[in-house]
Ligand binder design. Sequence first.
Ligand SMILES: [Zn+2]
Length: 322
Amino acid sequence: MHPTPFDHMQRAVDVVNNSEHPQNKIAATIAGEDFDGSHYSVVHTNFWPEIIKGRIGPDTRIGNASGTIHAETACILKSPCTEGASIFVTDPICPNCAKNIAEAGIRNVYIDHKGFEKDFLTRRREFFEHMSLAICEKAGINVYEIRRREERITPILETAANRAVHIETPVELQEAHSSFVDFIAKQERLREDTPFAIGFGHERAKDRTIALIAPTHPVAGLSSRLDSDLLARPDGKYSYIMEPVNRLLMNAARLGIRLDHNHLYSSRLPTAREQVNLIGADVHRLHVGNLHDARDLSAYEAMRLLESKRVLAFEALEDVTT
Ligand SMILES: [Zn+2]
């Protein structure tokens, strides 16, 4: 018998107390279909990557980011193929996870009703109601509240099935014919000012080596012309821009691409959060086009810390050997 939404939620609830986070114990399950039609599910709590715990410690800020990976994002990073999948979360999702969920092509979000009863900060509830839900709506994602005991599902947000979602700058897949260095050099010439990330990897569905190219862009469903107001006014610590490295990681999960961790590139220094997410994806080495260019100063702080503790190595393009 197929597991029901209640079963998937129960799996997350069953592990939530394994979370090492002292206050916010959160868990999630992703249930989806792999490229060959087989069903999978992945369950994870929020967590500190071992290397961060061991070499930096759980309480140290990494630039403006914490060293934790949220449960929802952890599940995406560990899923074989998230396009059209559903996610079951013990708590309301934060805007950053909403962005990642949208970018990963996840179609349904289920939240345990107990998550709404927790005494979580008013500010977080506000972020959920104003920003996370707005992101889901734009991206055509359904959001439900789930009551396991009564086996009841209540819609919080339902979007029309098959509604076309505006993707301002789609990611690109290209066959990786040339060497990594040549490929990057060509893309740098073509793209000039738009920050972008590239990963070589294995497209499992077609069993071929490809290059996945992810430029920065507004989150799924937003347009820089029509939503310029929203994009110009980031909501506190969150923004409506999807950064390239996060986009690369989420789309690799969406498309079932296994990234080659020695051939990842970012045209500029990624944000602190992106750097932490790379570590959450078990990446320890990143090639960077311009190490003196970043979205903000905390990206440099994060780089200095991660480099000095040998958690993540940043290499200039000239050093690339293929
Ligand atoms: Zn989150």
